[in-house]
Design a protein around this ligand. Structure first.
Ligand SMILES: Nc1ncnc2c1ncn2[C@@H]1O[C@H](COP(=O)(O)OP(=O)(O)OP(=O)(O)O)[C@@H](O)[C@H]1O
Ligand SMILES: [Mg+2]
Length: 271
């Protein structure tokens, strides 16, 4: 069984990660994935959050751990089984695929703690799918535990959604420290930072604090690859199980996510 590629191979592997809740990790995964799919890239979105918000945003039912395959079952009991991994994948729309969440993700950290080689399990499962997709994005739950360590071992890069508040800066420092500590403890190369995405920027003129926090993010050595304003169309799109590119392809929100895909280095800029 191989564990990792030394250099990026097959699909790009990105974790949408921030232990702070409600900073638009799932929203970014959905619409960034939508932008990639709309550009013709075969894209897989993985919902690793037992809250299952991304699965709901996509209009996909959760996997039922009593009757069918689930990602935790694959990680814990079938990591060598490519067909099992393939059976987890659902098609959402052209070029856009997903592995939905399942209830057994609630107990995944506890179950992983009781397993051997427990930080490589996600890699073993998802690497079966590497050659089928151009991009794989994993939407993480808020929190830092062994399931997140699995994501960090699998990922080549990390995209960090943040919000315009001072607690987001503190949360980001904690995340950076966690990634560094994990790399030191395991003597592995940590994933690179693809960038920060500043989300839910309020409508209207920014306050002084908004401007200061925004500047603080721009002053960090991690590039800001997207700035997304509050948009009702994003809420309506998820209520219909659609990406913003499908719901309102000509609106400015779709443009924001396409630009993010370019800034983050997934897509070439169109002349
Ligand atoms: N730009 C935006 N405009 C309007 N609403 C937004 C925007 N971005 C996110 N939201 C809304 O904010 C809420 C939180 O977003 P989301 O669920 O993506 O955050 P999260 O970081 O994934 O949360 P959690 O930590 O619970 O997983 C959702 O209701 C989402 O629809
Ligand atoms: Mg979420």
């Amino acid at each position: 069984m191989t564990t990792t590629c030394d250099a990026p191979c097959g699909a790009t592997r990105d974790a949408l990660l921030n232990q702070k809740g409600g900073v638009a990790k799932s929203t970014t995964t959905l619409h960034l994935g939508g932008a990639l799919a709309a550009a013709g890239r075969r894209t897989l979105l993985v919902d690793l959050d037992p809250q299952a918000n991304l699965s709901q945003f996509l209009g996909l039912p959760q996997h039922d751990h009593d009757n069918g395959p689930t990602l935790p079952q694959a990680m814990l009991h079938h990591p060598d089984d490519r067909d099992y991994a393939l059976s987890l994948v659902r098609k959402h729309s052209e070029n856009l695929y997903a592995i939905p969440a399942s209830f057994d993700m609630f107990t995944l950290p506890r179950d992983l703690h009781a397993s051997r080689s427990n930080e490589d399990r996600l890699t073993w499962v998802l690497e079966h799918l590497d050659d089928l997709f151009d991009h794989v994005l994993v939407d993480c739950r808020p929190g830092l535990d062994i399931d997140t360590d699995n994501v960090l071992h699998w990922a080549h890069s990390v995209l960090v959604p943040v919000e315009l508040d001072t607690s987001s800066i503190e949360a980001l420092k904690l995340l950076i420290a966690q990634i560094q500590t994990l790399a030191q403890d395991t003597r592995r190369t940590p994933p690179t930072y693809r960038g920060l995405v500043i989300n839910r920027i309020p409508k209207g003129d920014p306050t002084l604090l908004d401007r200061q926090v925004r500047q603080a993010f721009h002053d960090l050595p991690i590039p800001v690859v997207g700035e997304v304003r509050m948009r009702d169309s994003l809420v309506r799109a998820k209520e219909k199980g659609m990406t913003i590119q499908q719901y309102d392809p000509n609106g400015d929100a779709a443009t924001m996510y396409h630009s993010m895909a370019v800034q983050a280095g997934f897509l070439e800029a169109t002349p």
